[in-house]
Design a protein around this ligand. Structure first.
Ligand code: PLP
Length: 388
């Protein structure tokens, strides 16, 4: 038995590993568990992307190392995608880094830009993996509260001015995991102003960029004037094209951040398998009906769940984007207690809000990651609990 390093020991506990274990026990015992706890898309990657990968896998050119920083055609495809979808001009040579999924970039950026003790602003509640990069960089976190009364956008007036002055980096994420909130143009404008006045690098996590409901297409941070001077956006194919297992994403925007990411990656790994890069380019530039259909599918699921829960008397807010519903737990119960009741008594797995930060207490996160029929079953099972 070797002892692990302090660096490893200090990393935050991975909540979802323990949830998977807990849910696994119920499944092993033969219960029909409806698992809405993790954020794992339940649909398959569109066929034309899979076929491109099959073809590319047979090409010996892809059997060698890819260029260290990835293939130019994929950077060009990402730039074309931003031009087409968001009317944002990106220089494929200087403003795109290819990532092993969005998560890799989110963990790498603090290590690229921060020294031990530097301050970083992180949303609470937020995607737990932000904390991993912060810990690896030995940076100091200041949490930015996301409150329901402010549509889960941080109110910069609420953050101590001293922290804003000191901060070198800030994470934002809209459409938001876990709250399902979306950002406004005005909020992004305020963010660029704050960042440029205080020399903060903004990292906008746009993992759910393709998922905006009620006709509201989510806006990219890079659409804001001056955004490229103050930050980068992380885009991933995981959710847009149901490619979570393929591990491919991008950082786009500020060229000094992009080159820092590429430098760190040069030290860590060679680039992605060429077949995946060809398939990713196909995803970005090929037919896009699959994306619209996916968005509509999640919207229909959202409606089934939210309307069903409201019919039970549960006062729930409908998410505006992402594939999560963020639901207030019944009074008198903590988020963990309520999640445990749902698992034990109704065999429904959800994530307790506290897994996303202190301000997540009082909520549970429910993934819209099963069929409408199964979501109706969720409502039926909850109705039997007679909580509401
Ligand atoms: N950012 C957020 C907010 C997420 O929810 C996820 C995945 O669940 C990611 C990033 C990571 O996505 P990827 O699969 O690209 O690593």
């Amino acid at each position: 038995q070797f002892q692990t390093s302090q660096l490893l020991n200090n990393l935050p506990k991975q909540f979802f590993a323990s949830l998977v274990k807990k849910v696994g026990k119920y499944i092993e015992q033969g219960y029909d568990v409806i698992n809405l706890g993790q954020g794992n898309p339940d649909q398959a990657t569109p066929q034309h992307i899979v076929e491109k990968m099959q073809e590319a896998a047979a090409d010996p050119a892809n059997h060698k190392y890819s260029p260290f920083q990835g293939h130019h055609y994929l950077k060009q495809a990402a730039a074309d995608f931003y031009q087409r979808e968001y009317n944002v001009k990106i220089d494929p040579d200087k403003e795109v880094a290819i990532l092993f999924g969005g998560k890799a970039g989110l963990v790498e950026i603090p290590q690229c830009l921060l020294n031990p003790g530097d301050t970083i602003l992180v949303p609470d509640p937020g995607y737990p993996d932000y904390l991993s990069g912060v810990e690896l960089a030995k940076a100091e976190m200041v949490m930015m509260p996301l409150r329901e009364q402010n549509d889960f956008l941080p109110d910069y007036n609420e953050i101590p001015f001293e922290a804003i002055e000191k901060a070198k980096l800030m994470f934002l994420n809209y459409p938001n995991n876990p709250t399902g909130a979306i950002a406004t143009k005005e909020f992004f404008e305020e963010t660029v102003k704050l960042a440029s006045e205080n020399d903060i690098c903004v990292v906008h996590d746009f993992a759910y960029g393709a998922l905006g409901f009620d006709g509201d297409k989510a806006i990219s941070f890079l659409q804001t004037e001056g955004a490229k001077e103050v930050g980068v956006e992380i885009y991933t194919l995981s959710k847009t094209y149901n490619m979570a297992g393929w591990r491919v994403g991008f950082a786009l925007g500020n060229s000094s951040v992009i080159s820092a990411i590429e430098l760190l990656q040069d030290h860590l790994y060679c680039s992605l398998f060429g077949g995946i890069q060809e398939a990713a380019a196909e995803a970005l530039t090929g037919p896009q009906d699959c994306v619209r259909e996916l968005n509509n599918l999640y919207e229909r699921r959202r409606n089934v769940l939210i309307e069903g829960l409201r019919s039970l008397g549960w006062n729930v807010t409908a998410p505006k984007g992402s594939f999560f519903a963020w639901l207030r737990v019944p009074e008198g119960l903590s988020s963990t207690e309520f999640a445990d009741i749902l698992l034990e008594k109704a065999h429904i797995a959800v994530a307790p809000g506290v897994a996303f930060g202190e301000l997540g207490e009082g909520y549970v996160r429910v993934g819209l990651l099963t069929t409408e029929e199964r979501l109706r079953e969720v409502v039926r099972r909850i109705s039997k609990l007679e909580i509401f």
